[in-house]
Ligand binder design. Sequence first.
Ligand code: MG
Length: 258
Amino acid sequence: MINLKTDHEIEMMAAAGRLLESVVERLKVACQPGVRTGELDRLAERLIRSGGARPGFLGYHGFPASVCISINEEAVHGIPGRRRIAAGDIVSLDLGLVLDGFWADMGCTVMVGRVSAEAERLVRVTEECLWLGIEQARPGRRLHDISAAIQRHAESNGFSVIRQFVGHGIGRQMHEEPQLPNFGQPGTGPELKPGMTLAIEPMINQGGPDVYIKPDGWTVVTSDGLLSAYFEHTVAVTRQGPRVLTSSGGAMPKRIAV
Ligand code: MG
């Protein structure tokens, strides 16, 4: 069952989203060559707690940190630790928090220093995929209109979509119904209704779509060793259209014109 939120509940989620956006902005700035991923994790936890929230990922199914940090061929769910970030890396940050009982979930891929032209193109296209998906999150559309918009843009740029991991409904739980694949047929899936809240999170690979989980039990890496990028926002479907709860800008950035 898809859990529709009241206007009040959406405002609660927006408050969580604003706090999360501020944390992510600080992490992006701190994501510099030489910094250990564990340092970013501790910074995130401190900022989340000082905002009166709880780091949602910490302890979730046993995950040992507040942020997933995934570098280059790592797609998602990387565990922060002693590894140092290097110039030329693309670093995916994924984190969630719970404020007054409501979740927000957000992430992005940061380009550290000068990255290759192909890495830059992958990151740009993946962010475009997110915003094209968000554009579909309006009443009367179908869930897989979001999926199809993401898939079409990724594949038309020669990239591929990870199949094993998907976006999701979100609210009082991080993972609520429905599951939201980043691939699918337009015009299919549940009808989108005001009050639905979705974590839209394209995970796009430079090469093939296959991934596997490393022996640490968490880190998802590309099977061909090529790069992967990821962007995520928490979005409410409203009568006025998509409301991006984790972006104060709230709309597709002007520089993204596809
Ligand atoms: Mg998510």
